[in-house]
Write a protein that binds this ligand. Sequence first.
Ligand code: NGQ
Ligand code: ZN
Length: 455
Amino acid sequence: MSESIHTRNYRADRLWLGEGWSEDGALAVDSTGHLGATEGPAERIGGWVLPGMPNLHSHAFQRAMAGLAERKGRSDDSFWTWRETMYAFAAAIGPEQLKAIAAQLYVEMLKAGYTHVCEFHYLHHQPDGTPYGQPEAMSLALIEAARETGIAMTLLPVLYMSGGFDGRPLAPRQRRFGHRVDSYLRLLDSLKQYEAADLRIGVALHSLRAVPEAAMREVLAAEPVRDLPIHIHIAEQIGEVQDCLATRGARPVEWLLDHADVDARWCLVHATHLEDNEVSRLARSGAVAGLCPTTEANLGDGLFPLADYLDAGGTLGIGSDSHISVSPVEELRWLEYGQRLATRHRNIAARHEHDSVGETLWRAALRGGARAAGLPIGALREGTRADAIVLDDDAPQLAARSVGAAMDSFLFAGNRPLVRDVMAGGQWVVRDFCHRDEAGIASRYRSVVEQLAAS
Ligand code: NGQ
Ligand code: ZN
């Protein structure tokens, strides 16, 4: 049988391959779910077809606590008091709960336009810190959830060793996150056997406060780590900047740039608090700034210096992180709106006259998201996984929109969902606003959340 028998050809009225829209574009999906060369008769896709967005930062279990940390506490509420609530919630999550929560989350991601998720995963062990019988049980729960829904994943098992910059041991609630370098590298090794077209493995250091310098060096020098994406939480809170200055004599991003070969393999998650020299050095390094604007707003983190970073040629991507919102539209919208509120100006992400804010943001986040996920490019090109979304051309927000205006209307014209269909790995997993398995996945999620609420 020839390959072309298995190739499906599509013709889209409007297609965004990588840089911008073209009218009447062709796409071909081969039998492995990747894009191939177009040929022969094609099925028409009505609507606006564009690459799905990579979500570069997710802690899946936190989806189920969205909305449960919004009541005023006894003292001054902060990131650190939120973290206590989050730890208490995490303590009740085992593999079965994690799989049900992640599957529901990934359905929501796909329906919102994310087709790839980077899972920054640190709930490794049982709540008292004892490894599960199968040490990678929690990682497998995430992998199975992703496969069930069709979303592609970069799984980033997290190295977490200490409870602060002073090297203090993990607090009881952090014990299930912990590894020694050797057990961490074993986990990484065992996860590599699951790698496939829909699953990549990368490395994550939880933060500078959770990973001592010697351990960081050891992991970065280890053979299997050489070509993998490397993610780290950094400079999200002022307290962290102060502790880093006090113990390591430098600001977090400055310290990392001085002590590691930070390059395009790296994703610095948040990187909120930067001084000018850190902005330009980070931009030049080729690393991705992993911005999570709705979570950063929810946790009171601060604002990333977007305009300076873009002017310095920096690369960025977006993540939904704690999942108090699951939508690339809302992440990008709030990335822009935060800047407008702070500067009292408009159209900040667009740095040149006539540039569209929506197109600039979507293009930047595709590119940086792909880089952070360890994917080749953020575009619909031959050889890439067929991950595409289709915007509803019947939606009033898109009525009479030219190709030049469509992306701005996608991001800045309200809340009616516009993602009508989603193709993941060549399969239509969302059709007409519905995921193929959403009812079963939602009911499993509901029983897990009910059980968590009762415990
Ligand atoms: C996390 N989340 O690992 O889930 C963190 C909080 C910490 C965010 N930073 C815990 N958004 O940083 O110690
Ligand atoms: Zn995070």
